[in-house]
Design a protein around this ligand. Structure first.
Ligand SMILES: NC(=O)c1ccc[n+]([C@@H]2O[C@H](COP(=O)([O-])OP(=O)(O)OC[C@H]3O[C@@H](n4cnc5c(N)ncnc54)[C@H](O)[C@@H]3O)[C@@H](O)[C@H]2O)c1
Length: 248
């Protein structure tokens, strides 16, 4: 049976760790040619893991427009096309309203929103040269349900949902589908830093998830793989919640 993403040329940002790394692995296992991008250098164990799965690794910072363009052109020249872009890279600073710092908010908007817009601008032109493609943006359940302490962060993810819907309409004539995945709380390295110090807080969060557990990076990667694939060929401008049926 043909795999979901057989021979698709896929770019995944923020792929050195967490959800992005799992998306890279899922896509490679689904037959894709994966270009995993991140500003981090990889340690030896991750280099080995990526080599075993035949994932190419590109190191650059998404806030560096020239480096980002050079990386995308490198992929396009090597492969002759780009089929899929997953905008996963993101940063979060959790603060109550009174403690919000402008520098942190500006950095979140720079990476979570402006870099995504710029990459869509660049990659959609390249996708259009080969008749289209699929873009998946990682939003967050906080943009839909709200979350105390995440006013600024949730605003960046709300922007992602809004730009997904508009880009889907604008890019449809070029054969490009644009969707978003809105994860609930996902157990990643970052999650461990943010929550594991406070077991009680996490228990109360889990009690508001109907399916009774936190999300895993695999849950998010599976949704991305489907949306990126031709099986989702009539789905665009959609926000897919992958949150275990969470409530506020
Ligand atoms: N973990 C969760 O509970 C959760 C929930 C909802 C949404 N999300 C979203 O999912 C995405 C991935 O989250 P995660 O938990 O895996 O985060 P993470 O911090 O573990 O990984 C993010 C990756 O993005 C990279 N990155 C950040 N800024 C970059 C830049 N300027 N240039 C290049 N790379 C950059 C980081 O180096 C890192 O490898 C993010 O967009 C996040 O907002 C996460």
């Amino acid at each position: 049976m043909e795999r979901l993403l057989e021979n698709k040329i896929c770019i995944i940002t923020g792929a050195a760790q967490g959800i992005g790394r799992e998306i890279a692995k899922r896509f490679a296992e689904d037959g894709a040619v994966v270009y995993a991008c991140d500003r981090q250098e990889l340690d030896d164990s991750k280099i080995q893991e990526f080599e075993d799965l035949k994932i190419h690794y590109l190191s650059f910072d998404l806030t560096d427009a020239a480096a980002t363009k050079a990386a995308m052109m490198q992929v396009f020249k090597a492969e002759g096309r780009i089929d899929v872009l997953v905008n996963n890279a993101g940063v979060v600073f959790n603060r109550k309203i009174g403690m919000i710092l402008r520098e942190e908010t500006e950095l979140m908007f720079r990476i979570n929103v402006i870099a995504v817009l710029e990459l869509i601008q660049l990659v959609s032109r390249l996708m259009a040269r080969n008749g289209g493609g699929s873009i998946v943006n990682i939003a967050s359940v906080t943009a839909v349900l709200g979350s105390p302490g995440q006013v600024a962060y949730s605003a960046t993810k709300g922007a992602i949902i809004a730009l997904t819907k508009s880009a889907a309409k604008e890019l449809a004539p070029q054969g490009i589908r644009v969707n978003a995945v809105a994860p609930g709380i996902v157990k990643t390295e970052r999650f461990a830093e943010l929550y594991e110090v406070n077991g009680e807080k996490i228990d109360s969060r889990i009690s508001r998830i109907a399916l009774g557990r936190l999300g895993t990076p695999e849950d998010i990667a599976n949704a991305c793989s489907f949306l990126a694939s031709d099986r989702a060929s009539y789905i665009s401008g959609h926000v897919l919640g992958v949150d275990g049926c969470a409530s506020i």
